[in-house]
Design a protein around this ligand. Structure first.
Ligand code: TXE
Length: 489
């Protein structure tokens, strides 16, 4: 689909109290196409009074009609929203192709799975229940109830805009909460379009609200608002820590899905073809802008050279191109800011003494001029002490570190402030089991890449975050337990 077929010519509105509205101030901001730097659309920018209205609408809906909606009816609404979204997947895929620079084939593949997020939570919410407790006092009948939290503020990043918005909205709504969603200011368009479907799906006004604008002040206003019971945030660790600090003043519930520097451990007895394929994917998928990607490639010294040769051979013919070309395998980074960040890290690695090896030269191609393109790059000869091995780069870049023994590999993998995921490649089942116990990360994968799915919990250890997204854990994290003690005598 062409740009003009999927883009609005008027400013993208906000959704407050069931109505598409402009901001009180009339202010707007622009979003840009990262493949050429041209302006795509204007978006209404929330001021404090708009955030206040959105939170008030959510608060009133929660304490009004939404509270008494039966679980089966919430489930029906989520299913209806899934069906409505399904009919829009093609248009949404093109929107994210332009707004986030995603190659259209990949964008479509990701968003084809998006209705499934709503369906999953529509299903499992029906099993939400408390329990009866056999307490030691026979004059009491004691039971627990799982209740919703109230208003949830959902702060979404730009790497998978609609998918992550849904991963936050679906469990929050399934649990009976009302939500105020703040999409990334870099990629808000698909989430605004999702907002046009919620009324038709049957959600009462105010249950879903969407406000646009920069993290500070718009996201921060949600974090500070005492009427907001929970913040679910996906983004960088630096921002996550700010939110953690600020949320303390109102003791908010938090789910924080932050950065990673996950390790992939490849042993000499591994299926190298498979391990190379996973490393390739970790670089190329979404131009490496994936928090769960294993960006530290730990290679046993006996296979390291052969591994890198095989990976380089796969990377050289990689089709880097315009996102709207169906043949494109890797598009640009999301923004000039992200391009500068990744480029800076390559310079940092060079200054730290590592070898920087890039496998193509997209900047020499005139048709890509003005876009946020960068070549897939390996940082070789690195040690785990270097910044390029310790900090998240978030581009098509892997840092390669060699190891000699299993113990050394585990020590390097766990020596990180992050703990999002880890991968092990080995044909030795006993070693694989030892690794799953020793690796300190929220997801450990054996002989496969980190591919999260809606039905399995995902969330990191240490500075990679708090709580879980996906799985039944996300639903439970969006509830609170009330204990009822009923005196019988
Ligand atoms: O993210 P931010 P940025 C990592 C990645 C990237 C780095 C910075 O390493 O290079 O973060 O990216 C909102 N109060 N990830 O700066 O700032 C913001 O508007 C409340 C990992 O783009 O974390 C957006 O909606 N909200 C990651 C969202 O937070 C604030 C995905 C993410 O922005 C805020 C993206 C504030 N003070 C980046 N400041 C992952 N875990 O997948 C910003 N925001």
């Amino acid at each position: 689909m062409k740009r003009e077929d999927v883009l609005r010519s008027t400013p993208y509105p906000m959704l407050i109290g069931g109505r598409e509205v402009a901001s009180v101030s009339g202010k707007t901001f622009a979003t840009y196409d990262p493949s050429n730097g041209r302006k795509l659309a204007d978006v209404c920018e929330a001021g404090p009074e708009d955030v206040d209205r959105a939170v008030a609408a959510a608060y009133d809906a929660f304490h009004g009609p939404w509270r008494d909606v039966l679980p089966k009816d919430r489930s029906r609404m989520l299913m209806k929203l899934a069906r409505l979204l399904e009919s829009k997947v093609e248009a949404m895929s093109w929107l994210e192709c332009y707004d986030a620079g995603k190659p259209i084939a990949a964008s479509r593949a990701w968003l084809n799975g998006a209705p499934g997020t709503l369906e999953y939570y529509a299903g499992i919410l029906l099993g939400l229940a408390g329990e009866t407790l056999d307490v030691s006092d026979r004059t009491l009948f004691d039971y627990t109830v799982r209740e919703p939290l109230g208003v949830c503020g959902l702060i979404v990043p730009w790497n998978f805009p609609l998918s992550i918005a849904l991963l936050k909205m679906a469990p929050a709504l399934a649990a009976g909460n009302c939500v105020v969603v703040k999409p990334s200011e870099v990629t808000p368009l698909s989430t605004v379009e999702l907002g046009t479907l919620v009324a038709e799906a049957g959600f009462p006004p105010g249950v879903v609200n969407i406000v646009n604008g920069p993290g500070d002040p718009v996201g921060m206003a949600l974090v500070r608002d005492p009427r907001v019971a929970k913040i679910s945030f996906t983004g960088g660790t630096v921002t996550g820590k700010k939110i953690f600090r600020e949320a303390a003043s109102t003791v908010k519930r938090l789910t924080l899905e932050l950065g990673g520097k996950s390790a992939s451990l490849v042993f000499a007895d591994a299926d190298l073809g498979k391990a190379v394929g996973v490393a390739y994917n970790d670089m190329v998928r979404n131009s490496g802008q994936v928090c769960g990607a294993c960006t530290r490639l730990l290679l046993h010294e006996s296979i390291a050279d052969a591994f890198i040769e095989a990976l380089a051979a796969k990377l050289r013919p990689l089709r880097i191109g315009l996102p709207d070309d169906p043949a494109t395998e890797m598009g640009p980074l999301v923004s000039p800011v992200q391009l500068a960040r990744v480029t800076d890290y390559l310079e940092i690695g060079r200054n730290e003494g590592a070898n920087i090896e890039s496998y193509s030269d997209p900047r020499s191609r005139p048709e890509l001029a003005g876009g946020c393109y960068i070549a897939p790059t390996l940082i070789r000869g690195a040690t785990n002490a270097m910044r390029v091995a310790r900090e998240e780069i978030f581009g098509p870049v892997l840092t390669v570190i060699r190891f000699g023994s299993e113990e050394e590999a585990v020590r390097i993998a766990n020596d990180s402030s992050y703990g999002l995921a880890a991968c092990v490649f080995t044909s030795d089942a006993s070693r694989a089991m030892r690794m799953t116990r020793s690796l300190s990360a929220g997801t450990v994968c054996v002989n496969t890449g980190v591919r999260s799915s809606v039905d399995a919990p995902f969330g990191g250890f240490r500075e990679s975050g708090l709580g879980k997204e996906r799985g039944k854990e996300a639903l439970l994290d969006d509830t609170q337990i009330k204990n009822v003690r009923y005196g019988l005598a």
